[in-house]
Ligand binder design. Structure first.
Ligand code: CA2
Length: 158
């Protein structure tokens, strides 16, 4: 079974250590454990990077390896056409995830490039919401697979 890729953008390595009023007290290491716990039989490939180039390289890796992508692109959400272009090459489900509700914040946080590719956008559930998002991704993949099985069992008549 292909893994899920959970990708995190710039500054999220500081999670739980700064601005707890916005981002809470859960650390990124705890987020990783939450994701693994919510994934069931699926394995998780978990990364955080402060580099746009590295994040795009990880999306390229996911294109070849992953069943689905959960991405918190952080500030690259609002700036990176290159990240959007990379995500457009991925054929499986993509969930865009934000710890805070970006729409409750200043207008610069309202226009997401990544949302133009994401199948699902989640914002405002806090860091523990990563588990909800992984569960949703697992469910989306199970739905896809049951549709495929249905199609294989009941092919359309000629
Ligand atoms: O709410 C989110 O998950 C964000 O993607 C986080 C980004 C922000 O640019 C987005 O608007 C929303 C910023 C991440 C900053 O990370 C920090 C982590 C800990 C402490 C301070 C900042």
């Amino acid at each position: 079974m292909k893994p899920l890729y959970v990708l995190n953008g710039p500054n999220l390595n500081r999670l739980g250590k700064r601005e707890p009023a916005i981002y809470g007290t859960t650390t990124l290491a705890e987020v990783e454990q939450i994701c693994r716990g919510a994934a069931g039989e699926r394995s998780i490939v978990f990364h955080q990077t402060n580099s746009e180039e590295k994040l795009i390289d990880l999306v390229h890796e996911a294109i070849d390896e992953a069943a689905g992508i959960l991405i918190n692109p952080a500030a690259f959400t609002f700036t990176s056409l290159a990240l959007l272009d990379a995500l457009k090459m991925f054929e499986g489900p993509v969930i865009e995830f934000h710890i805070s509700n970006i729409h409750k914040r200043e207008p610069i946080y309202h226009r997401s490039y990544v949302s133009m590719r994401a199948d699902v956008v989640m914002a405002g559930l806090g860091a523990k919401g990563y588990g909800v998002a992984v569960g949703a991704l697992v469910g989306m993949l199970a739905d896809d697979e049951s549709e495929l099985i249905e199609h294989l069992n009941f092919p359309k008549p000629l």
